[in-house]
Structures are given as structure tokens and as C-alpha cells.
Design a protein around this ligand. Sequence first.
Ligand SMILES: Cc1cc2nc3c(=O)[nH]c(=O)nc-3n(C[C@H](O)[C@H](O)[C@H](O)COP(=O)(O)OP(=O)(O)OC[C@H]3O[C@@H](n4cnc5c(N)ncnc54)[C@H](O)[C@@H]3O)c2cc1C
Length: 372
Amino acid sequence: MFLLRCCMTLRYSFVNFFKPDIFEVFFEVGQEMNPSVAIVGQGVIGCSTALAVLQRFPKAKVVLIGDRPFEKICSFGPAGLFRLDKFDCKPWAKASFERFAEIEKQWTAEETGVKLVSGHIQSDSEERLKSQEKNMADIVYNFRWLTDREKNLLFVNPSKYCIHYTAYASEGRRYVPWLKRQIEALGGTFVTKSISKLSSLADDGFNIVVNATGLAGGKLAGDDDTVFPVRGVAFEVHAPWHKHFNYRDFSTFTIPMVDSVIVGSVKQDHRDDLEITDVDRREIFDRYELLHPAFKGVKVISEWSALRPERPMIRLEKVDGVKSDGGKYTLIHNYGHGSNGFTMGWGCALDVVKLIEEAQGIAPILKIKAHL
Ligand SMILES: Cc1cc2nc3c(=O)[nH]c(=O)nc-3n(C[C@H](O)[C@H](O)[C@H](O)COP(=O)(O)OP(=O)(O)OC[C@H]3O[C@@H](n4cnc5c(N)ncnc54)[C@H](O)[C@@H]3O)c2cc1C
């Protein structure tokens, strides 16, 4: 049924030009197929998934559906710092980190939002920082614990413990539009509409439906009431001199972006109001200024609030969906990324690709390298 693909790529470098015996030949053996994929969700999760699917299946039909403007979704505002809360999600984070490393080498951060940043997280809880060490010390660059001397020099009122690391930050308002441009270049399309039943897309002829709707993921799945909002508020400020991210206990932070700096935040579980109040403004700035008094009176460029799609664990799985005529289709859930959607988006997208391969009964592309 599927076309068997066997293609050959000849590679040689200038140095190898006169040594034909070390020409490298790559055979890619796999099956080519044209799945028809509807992805509900145009945030970092939906867009990462779409791009990974199109890169793996260039002839696929991929349509991304979203029900509101980009500025109104959770993926718009974050500075997207690489940071990981859940140990079990480490493989997804690692795969994303490696992808960011590739992007950062090939593209400017003005285009992609992806850049390297260094900085600190301090806390009075050694345990909280040790869990960060376990989750990411062997993924990020330069992870280490600060000495007392360093803490006292760096901070006005240092916490007991502080870690330093260097990693990628991917900046939602640049990274997601860049993903969208990549998707469009590969033939993916975008549709604005609200979906109330995922199976309606299978009724419309899609053989694979991906649920990447973040906070709405559980409700749309219909069998999951474990997703909940964690309210966040952040301010974009003018502070071009500020070059390091600076955290206390994960909810008080600054993260440098390309043209500005993000100051945050709150993490209010089960709260879903989006209006930014004077209490938010005062509380967040007071907390941050205690950490870094230079931010007093800094110029605010914009304000942003959003709801993190939290879940005890990300839901990334393939299930049998049922169409209105009783027929089956492949439904893949990819939602519940909480505070780390940018950190894990690409790794999760690669797993969706594997699930599609599985659903279609095909083997992953196998690359065979031979020296002639
Ligand atoms: C203040 C703050 C700071 C953050 N900082 C970081 C950070 O530094 N690093 C990091 O990794 N993460 C960070 N995050 C978390 C990150 O923003 C989220 O994990 C991520 O944006 C979730 O992406 P998503 O695509 O699942 O959801 P969303 O971006 O919310 O996208 C959901 C999509 O689903 C669509 N949708 C929903 N329901 C329907 C429906 N019924 N029909 C059609 N479409 C529908 C929406 O239109 C939207 O396109 C932060 C979040 C906040 C709030």
C-alpha cells in the first residue's frame, strides 16, 4: 500500500575529494506515506507537533486549528527559558535542548527567539534546587552551585542556596511565529475555528487527530478532569542592561529577551481570571525589587497574563477514537505541559511522530551509513 522509499545521498567534503574510498553513502530505508493530520491547537505544542510531522512525512496533509488569536494563548508571552519541573519528563526536555542547539547555530534569535542565556535560581530550599540539579544538570551547560562569596556579591539578600546554569530561551512571540513560517513553507495550513468534538475532524476525513489544546485538552478528550489552570502574570520591561536570568523560587524572576526583559510572576493554582490588577502589579514588582533593586521604576512596555495548562503528568498517548459512524480513527493526546511547554515541546512532538508511525504500522526511517 505504501511506497517503499530507498534513497541514497552522496556526501563528501573538500578534504575527502581526492579520496573516493571514504565517500559516505547514506541509505534511508522506510515507508513513505501521506497521512492526513488535524492538529487542534496552534500554541507551542501544536506548532512543534505540526513541524515534526511535516519534516517526517513531507507529503502529509497537516491542518492546524485554533479558536483564538495568538496573543490570547499561553504560548504568546513566555520568555521560554529552558527549565524542568518533572524528572519523568527529562527525555522530552533533552530532545528539545538538542534541537534548540541546532536552531541557535543556524538562525538569528531575532528570527526564532532562540538564544543562549545564563543566570541563577536561588532558594532557601536545598531540596528544590537539588531537584533542578537532578532534572537538568546533565542537559544544560555550566550547571553549578554558587559559593557564599558569589551569592553575597551578586545579591542584596541572598537565599541560602543558589544554582547557576546556561541554557536556551525560546521567547514565545518569536519562536511560535517562526515555527508557523516553517510549517507553512512545508505546506501546512492554519484554520480558525472552535472544535467541540475531536471526532468531528475524523468525520471530515482526517485519519489522525492530535489534541494539543493545552488547558482545554482534558475537556476535549472527554475522559480527563485532571487538567487545571495555574494563573501567571508577566511584564515586559525596558532593561537592555540586564543580561542574566534571575530567579527566586520559580515564581519571582526576570528573563532577558531579544529586545526587552520579562519580569514575573505568580503561580496561582486553579485560578482562571485573566485581568491584571494593581495587586498583581505591586506584589510582583515588590517581590522582584527585593531581589534586584535596580528594577525600581523600570519602564513597563506591556503586560500579559495567561493560564498554564497544568496536569499531574503530561498526557502524550495514542488512543482509538470513534467516529460518528462507529468507525475508528487515531487520536493522539499531547497536552498538560504546565510551566515547561517550551522546554518540552520539541521532544513531545518527536514522540507524536513515533505514535503516528506506530498507528500506520510503519517502521521509523532507518539511516544506514556505508563507507565506499
Ligand atoms: C507567566 C508564564 C511564564 C512561562 N514561562 C515559561 C518558560 O520560561 N519556559 C517554558 O518552557 N514554559 C513557560 N511557560 C509555560 C508555557 O507557556 C506553556 O507550557 C505552553 O505555552 C503551553 O502550550 P500549549 O500549546 O499546550 O497551550 P496554548 O499555548 O494555550 O495553546 C492552546 C491552543 O489550543 C487552542 N484551543 C483550545 N481549545 C480549543 C478548541 N476547543 N477548539 C480549537 N482550538 C482550541 C487554542 O486556540 C490554542 O491555539 C510559562 C507560562 C506562563 C503563563
